[in-house]
Design a protein around this ligand. Sequence first.
Ligand SMILES: [Zn+2]
Ligand SMILES: [Zn+2]
Length: 485
Amino acid sequence: MVSEIYFYGGLNQIGGNKILIKDSGESLFFDFGVSFEDQGRFFAEFLKPRGVKGLGDYLAFGLIPDIPCLYRTDLSIPPNYPCGKPPVDAVFLSHAHVDHFGYVSLIEEDVPIYGSEITNKIIESYETSGTGGIEKEYLNIKKRPYGQYINYRQWPKATRHFYKWDDYKGGIQVNFFDVDHSVWGAGGYEIDVSDRKVIYTGDFRQHSMRKDLTKNSLKKLKGKDIDILIIEGTNVGNEAEEQHTKMLIETIIGKPLNKKLTSEEELKEKAINIIQPSKSPVFVDFGIRDFDRFKTFYEIAQECDRKLVIPIKLAKHLEDLQSYIGIGPSDGNLLIFHEPKGLGSYHEQDSYKKWERPLYKLSNVKKSDELVKQMNSLIIFMDFFHLKNLVDLKPSEGIYIHSTTEPFSEEAAVDFRRHLEWIKFFNLDYHYLHVSGHMSAPEIFQVIEDLAPKKLIPVHTKGIELFKKRYKNTITPILGKKTPL
Ligand SMILES: [Zn+2]
Ligand SMILES: [Zn+2]
């Protein structure tokens, strides 16, 4: 039997990976992510794919592959379009970043999803604390009765099941290996089809506190007879993005970009050097599900005799993942920001969601007027979505540490320019302390040379030409077509 590989995303761009492997009548997807680049080309904050059209707008712009019967039948227009068994047996996720798992929400709910235990937990917590809508229904599905009016409370419910990767019992042998990345629980897959060994790295790096995860996994893979290596290449050929970030910071803030940092330890040291001598409030921006960075700033706060103020969503993640992270929402070194909602009464039913209410009852919850009084002894989480709180906190000066991994590619397409304007408006001293969530280009090349695959397929990169120049065995797949192997 000859196995086949198809790429439905993640080519010549950062993210949106969707890799289909077929062998002996079995079909497995590896990742089924949102492409922010493709979505952003046509859609924006107030111009979103219409929920009322189900999959219609997604298919019209090619945001999801047009594979019959792969998707939820209730989202097919016309409704309940007759469909047999879905054409895939399972979806395996490399990690809990939206550009790798986001469109799982649209897939037929009977298709089982596999990932690491932490990946599954993070996705569940993300859904609970999120906004809802068809793009965010990963585990809990509300089936849309299109074309008839039924109150949404009465829409039929369904559940999509997430399993640990080793629960899969199919003919294709799938083995997960841990890697270090800017979200916990990340990994790659070793896939043994009848005629080949395929390695898919997912997104990876080897320079945070958990760098050994990657190093140990690579050690185990070295020497294996690898036919195809599907490797991420975010930091290969990404100079244009870096230049753009640099230009925006220099134009708006009027300060050169800090030197690139290469490890979490270096970031910690630099941040302490900035915060320790200061008597002003400190604001920080990091990925809300980047628990490495959370722990780094938790430790920085302790060393600088400050408390770390976190938003309610992060408190929810700490509650749901306490057994992995080891720090819970009521930890003595944390405060939780009580944001005003609805009519500003702070009453638990004043527009607060059900999952928020018990958390807002914790004793370390503080409103903005309580935070203002002790602001100089705090490090306050202040990402793009929470900048509004600066209006209530009214800092006259302070420090802003921008510590988001990959502002242009991962998670949300945040408006970086507006972000910088807010920091400038509030007269905050800006520092960009950034450690990439991905391997550097020389590290990527070293991995390729160590693993010595017969064929190489770079994904999640804009630098395909650089790979081709360097490695004659590089294959460039065509979107949606059978890859010539
Ligand atoms: Zn990614
Ligand atoms: Zn990622």
